[in-house]
Design a protein around this ligand. Structure first.
Ligand code: 3PG
Length: 402
């Protein structure tokens, strides 16, 4: 894909789509990883003398201008991170009088942030009017919003199409490029052995990821709630553990596929069990450890057990590429976080390219302090999953080819 390195933005109005969809609590940003990850592209555009117009969605206001989903706190924090003013053009209609006046008055190297693009209902429908309005502000489009790349919305796809129709460039930023490089190389051209670790609650959320990664990897490790549907499919008693009964046949199919392809699927051999799901999630709980063969009928698995953690750790130690998506248990609870912690620890020390899919596993790794020891932590939740499913992401497809 064409990137910011392939164009000259000096004196140009550059519309840069970022994913500033960050968690907020009482108007404060509680995790600024996505802002920090966007800085290299923004700094490059500033240094090259572009007039940098930033835009993003935040949450799901569904076309209603909701003050609690205003991007105002992002403008404040970005100004601090960049060491220069990010002027907030707060139009409820996104492209309104404030935005037009701010862009009109811009000098080279200055930065403006537009209001939450989802204040307009048509944003998520990839409507023509908003796409055109956004395009009218810009000479060049840069898409650096990997986290949103699985959506085809006005601010990442429609606007690119409008500008391209006028013969103007639509390129990707450094973050987008880095994400595609890491995830793409891991899946399409991995240094082997390639181990994929999947976790999380539901098999149903990962059907296509399991199927696609099974074809690409050497070993597929499965933990978290979804493992218990697989164990039940193998005939084990799983007590009151999470189980997606409608997916039992799917699990059998995947186990058979692995055998046919000569791939290994690793499942828990033991589990940390509790009487009921902790409520609140971090509440103190009494736990036991049980092998698959003696799972009590009135308990549920909250984490992989110590033997399983060891088994998984040994597999990771021998790997050269590891992709991890989804926690091994209820990692928010101290009693049920050890499996996830162990996997994070071995990944941090592994002599391998280690890639963490976004969402819960990225949160777990960062929370446990292992972030800097991973090769790459994706800023995309849904986007990294769809990438791992082997799907083309509309936000990436819309950018110019080199
Ligand atoms: C995300 O947080 O995964 C992205 O910002 C996309 O947000 P969405 O799921 O609301 O489209």
């Amino acid at each position: 894909k064409k990137s910011v390195d392939d164009i000259n933005v000096s004196g140009q109005r550059v519309l840069c789509r970022c994913d500033f969809n960050v968690p907020l609590k009482d108007g404060k940003i509680t995790d600024e990883n996505r802002l920090v990850a966007a800085l290299p592209t923004i700094k490059k555009l500033i240094a090259d003398g572009g007039r940098v117009i930033l835009c993003s969605h935040l949450g799901k206001p569904k076309g209603e201008p909701k003050p609690e989903l205003s991007l105002a706190p992002v403008a404040v924090r970005l100004s601090e991170l960049l060491g220069q003013e990010v002027k907030f053009a707060a139009d409820d209609e996104v492209v309104g009088a404030n935005a037009r006046a701010a862009v009109e008055a811009m000098k080279d190297g200055e930065v403006v942030l537009l209001q939450n693009t989802r204040y307009r209902a048509e944003e998520t429908k990839n409507g023509e009017a908003l796409s055109k309005e956004l395009a009218s502000l810009a000479d060049v489009f840069v898409n650096d919003a990997f986290g949103t790349a699985h959506r085809a919305h006005c601010s990442n796809v429609g606007v690119a199409e409008c500008l391209k129709a006028e013969g103007k460039p639509a390129v990707v930023g450094y973050l987008m490029q880095k994400e595609i490089d890491f995830l793409g190389k891991a899946v399409e051209n991995p240094v082997r052995p390639f181990v994929a670790i999947l976790g999380g609650a539901k098999v149903a959320d990962k059907l296509n990821v399991i199927n696609n990664l099974l074809e690409k990897c050497d070993t597929l490790i499965i933990g978290g709630g979804m493992a218990y549907t697989f164990l039940k499919a193998q005939g084990f008693e799983i007590g009151t553990s999470l189980c997606d009964d409608s997916k039992l046949d799917y699990c059998k199919e995947m186990l058979a596929k692995a055998e046919k392809l000569g791939k290994k699927i690793l499942l828990p051999v033991d589990s940390v069990t509790v009487k009921s799901f902790p409520n609140p999630i971090d509440a103190e709980v009494d736990s036991e450890v049980h092998a698959n063969e003696d799972m009590p009928s009135d308990q549920l698995a909250g984490d992989i057990g110590p033997k399983t953690a060891e088994l998984y750790a040994n597999e990771v130690k021998a790997a050269k590429t590891v992709v991890w998506n989804g926690p091994m248990g209820v990692f928010e609870n101290p009693t049920l976080s050890k499996g996830t912690l162990k996997v994070a620890e071995v990944l941090a020390d592994a002599d391998a390219t280690t890639i963490i899919g976004g969402g819960d596993s990225a949160a777990a790794v960062n929370q446990m302090g292992f972030g800097p020891k991973m090769s790459h932590i994706s800023t995309g939740g849904g986007a990294s999953l769809e990438f791992l499913e082997g799907k083309a992401l509309p936000g990436v497809v819309a950018a110019d080819e080199k």
